[in-house]
Structures are given as C-alpha cells and as structure tokens.
Design a protein around this ligand. Structure first.
Ligand code: NAD
Length: 301
C-alpha cells in the first residue's frame, strides 16, 4: 500500500519531483506560497492545501524542497515553537527534507523530530532540473539505517542513485562538497570558453573538443553555459529556470562556512564564492550558468 505524501515547495525542482510521484501512483497533497506553483500540480492531479498543516493532515510521508535553511526551519519548527509542523505530525511519520541547507540546520530539525518520535532524513539532491524531470536525481541522504531503508522506495521514484552518506547532516555535508566543486567547474568552464571565443574559436567547436579532452566535466556534458551550444539548457533559454545563481551563492557560502568552522583550506571554493557573490547582485534569479556573462556580457542580452 502506498503512503499518502505531503509535498511542500514546488519550485524548479520540487514541481517535477512531485509530478513523478503522482505518475507513480502516490496520492499527493501539496503546498507552496506561490499560486502558480500549486496550480501546475493541481493540473497534474495533486490536491492543493491551504497551509503546511493542512497538507500533512492525512500524510504518512512529508517531503520538502525549499530554498534555504530559514525556510526549512520556519516550516518545520515554526516561528516560536508553538506553530511547529513537526508537533502536528503523528509519531512514526517520515519527513524527508531535500533542500540544500547547512548540516547544522538539518541536525536541528532532526533533533526536534526525534524528540517527537518522528523519522527525519536530510536528503539533498544533485542532477539539476533535467534530473528532476527525468526522475534520475542523485539523492545524498543523512539519517539512520532503518529510516533510510523506509524512504528508499519513495526516493527511487524521483532518483536513480540513492546514497546513504551517514548520520543526520552527512547528506548536507556531501552535497555542499559537490556543489562547491560544481561552482568551481562552472566558473572555470565559462572562463575557458570565453578565452577561446575571444581568440576566434566557435564556442560549439571548442566545447566539443574539450568534451573529448581532459577538461571534460558535467557542465560540458549536459549544461553548457554558452548560448545555443546545447538545446534544452538554461543558456539557450535566456538563462531562465534551472538553478538560480543566488542558490549557488548560498551553497558556496555554506561550503565556506563549513571550511572556516573546521579549519579546512578551500582557495578555489573561495574564488568561486567571490565570483558568484558579485554575479548574483544583478543576476541572482538567472540560472548559475549565466556566470558566462561576467566574461561576455553579450550572452545576457
Ligand atoms: P525554487 O526557488 O525554484 O523553489 C523553491 C519553492 O519553495 C518556491 O516555489 C517557493 O515559493 C517555495 N517556498 C518558499 N518558502 C516557502 C514556504 N515557507 N512554504 C512553502 N513554500 C515555500 O528553488 P529550487 O531550484 O527548486 O531549489 C530548491 C532547493 O533545492 C534549494 O535548496 C536548492 O539549493 C536545491 N537544489 C536545486 C537544484 C536546481 O538545479 N535548481 C539542484 C539541486 C538542489
């Protein structure tokens, strides 16, 4: 028997993830602050709730896909503890937060959940909006073995690779290590393409060459930052949708904070953070591949 699922946060990632659960036959109750976001899911067959508490009222599983730690805390812990969503859940409810947030923030929610007899996992994802639509995300999970086993069949509907990174918070640590590297790779790839273009190369020819050479990486494989080199990527669509620069900046800041707290040197990560901070001032809502525009502003117009 499939559990009823409450899904909170239906943005670029949450909406296609929720749609895949509906397609697999799960009953979904959804909530988002944005009406256009909930409308899309209503059309796909979900029932739309008027508040997070309304969404979870008949759910055995709760999944959230929110921007940042403050949103996750306000939804689950409430503003002053009295309006905590966790306290409204029956014991044994499974709560999966797939947002990318600080490990310390995830552990705070985990602690509050455990005290109430609720099963919690941090389960951030990798794979972009393409992976969310295709149901081929990588889930990077922190939590106990038995709760991980309980969640796995549901995560497998939305993802292909499901990793158990360790205890609470471990999923978030692994995720920010990955995204620090992604920020470095995207900034570096944009820089390399720009160097070639400014020296007379066609961006597509150069990308094809690097893709078959030692500079090969995920951005060249599926997320080229230069417009019209690839179809169906944000760079060929005015840098709309995808993964917003301000969210990449958030993840780089999480990595930098963790590095500082644990006295680990991350000079390349620091440089990428600096680039995304400056870029996000004016382009925070554009996809993170728009960092290309720092070198070649013509791509942004
Ligand atoms: P998004 O901004 O597109 O979506 C977030 C959604 O949450 C929005 O629809 C917003 O209205 C909703 N929301 C905000 N506060 C809310 C609240 N209190 N209650 C209910 N809904 C609320 O962001 P996204 O790209 O979907 O990313 C979500 C998370 O996933 C982020 O932590 C991001 O870092 C991470 N992530 C994104 C990608 C990507 O490629 N976009 C990939 C991996 C991980």
């Amino acid at each position: 028997d499939k559990p009823n699922i409450a899904f909170i946060g239906l943005g670029n990632m949450g909406a296609p993830m929720a749609e895949n659960l509906l397609k697999a036959g799960y009953m979904l109750s959804v909530y988002d602050l944005s009406e256009s976001a909930t409308q899309r899911l209503q059309q796909a067959g979900a029932s739309v709730a008027s508040s997070p508490k309304d969404a979870v009222s008949n759910a055995q599983v709760v999944i959230s896909m929110l921007p940042a730690g403050k949103h996750v805390h306000s939804v689950y812990l409430g503003k002053n503890g009295s309006d905590s969503l966790l306290a409204a859940l029956p014991k044994g409810t499974l709560v999966i937060d797939s947002s990318t947030i600080a490990a310390a923030d995830a552990m705070k929610v985990a602690d509050a959940a455990i005290k109430l007899g609720i099963d919690f996992l941090d389960a951030p994802v990798s794979g972009g909006t393409g992976g969310a639509i295709a149901g081929s995300l990588t889930f990077i999970v922190g939590g106990s073995d038995d709760v991980f086993a309980k969640a796995k069949p549901i995560l497998a509907v939305m993802g292909k690779n499901i990793f158990h990174a360790g205890d609470h918070g471990a999923g978030q640590v692994a995720k920010i290590c990955n995204n620090m590297l992604l920020g470095i790779l995207m900034a570096g790839t944009a820089e390399a393409i720009n160097l070639g273009v400014k020296n007379g190369l066609d961006p597509k020819v150069l990308s094809d060459i690097m893709l078959q050479s030692s500079g090969r990486n995920w951005t060249l494989e599926v997320y080229n930052p230069y417009p019209q080199v690839m179809e169906n990527v944000p760079s060929s669509n005015g840098y709309q949708g995808g993964f917003m620069s301000k969210l990449m900046q958030k993840d780089l800041n999480l990595a930098m904070q963790t590095a500082q707290d644990t006295h680990v040197e991350t000079p390349m990560g620091a440089k990428a953070t600096e680039l995304y901070e400056a870029h996000s001032v004016e382009n925070g809502d554009k996809d993170f591949s728009s960092i290309m525009g720092r070198h070649d502003s013509s791509v942004l117009s």
